[in-house]
Design a protein around this ligand. Structure first.
Ligand code: URA
Length: 240
């Protein structure tokens, strides 16, 4: 048997309306549990095992939500912000009802792969400094990126605050006045990619995360778009 919860909490968590709206729906006879209409919004149900029908639709209860977003520049990867739009503002009511949060931070001007969930354990596993989950970024760099930079990043570079980074794998896609690269790092210091390039005298002019662990950005997602992770993708996230 699963945990019992009030029916109005279950339905409002799933985005079917506010607790007040659910109360009205119950009074109208729109809510049924195991085939019986229930009129009291305080009725205790076992959402994992009871069959709950709302307005003729069988609900699919789950505790956790896992989203993949192609984060656009200009919005903050946090749940709230005083001044700017956050990634949570890009979601719909159904997802917001789960109280999701972004897994880690991308800078305001960084685009790309962001996982959004309400699963604190998964988030912790992906972010824990001990796990060294790799993250790959595509970047455009103002300056000619060279093999010396590959070697420097392989050794680990010293950032502006004296921190020595772990080895990172730099791949040069185009070496020119504006170079293009992929960089994989195994930690997540503040502005790490930008500061690694600063340490070799170069400036990141565009940054996009393309992979986290084994999960790749779905390039079919437009900037600002999101979708639920598939079961396979969720499994990929769980494996290092
Ligand atoms: N490194 C950065 O400099 N910025 C990000 O947003 C992510 C990694």
């Amino acid at each position: 048997m699963g945990k019992k919860m009030r029916i109005d909490k279950v339905l409002s968590n799933l985005g079917y309306g506010s607790r007040t709206e659910i109360n009205i729906s119950c009074k109208k006879g729109l809510v049924a549990v195991n085939g019986n209409v229930i009129k009291k919004n305080s009725t205790q149900v076992d959402p994992e095992n009871d069959e709950i029908v709302f307005n003729g639709e069988k609900i699919n209860y789950r505790k956790f939500i896992y989203l993949i977003m192609n984060k656009p520049a200009g919005c903050i990867s946090a749940t709230t912000d005083k001044w700017d739009q956050t990634v949570i503002h890009l979601l719909d009511r159904e997802q917001i009802a789960f109280d999701p949060f972004p897994v880690g931070r991308l800078d305001k001007d960084t685009e790309g792969l962001l996982v959004i969930t309400n699963d604190g354990k998964l988030s912790h596993r992906l972010l824990s400094p001990k796990k060294h989950v790799p993250k790959t970024y595509y970047a455009k760099i103002d300056g000619v990126v060279t093999n010396d930079d590959i070697e420097a990043f392989k050794e680990g570079v010293v950032l502006d605050d004296g921190y020595e980074t772990m080895p990172g794998e730099l791949e040069i896609l185009k070496s020119d006045d504006i170079s293009e690269i992929n960089l994989t790092i195994h930690e997540g210091k503040f502005h790490q990619v930008k500061r690694m390039f600063e340490s070799v005298g170069k400036k990141v002019v565009y940054l996009k995360r393309i992979q986290m662990g084994k999960l790749r950005l779905d390039e079919e997602l437009e900037l600002g778009e999101f979708r639920e992770l598939t079961k396979e993708e969720l499994e990929l996230l769980e494996t290092k």
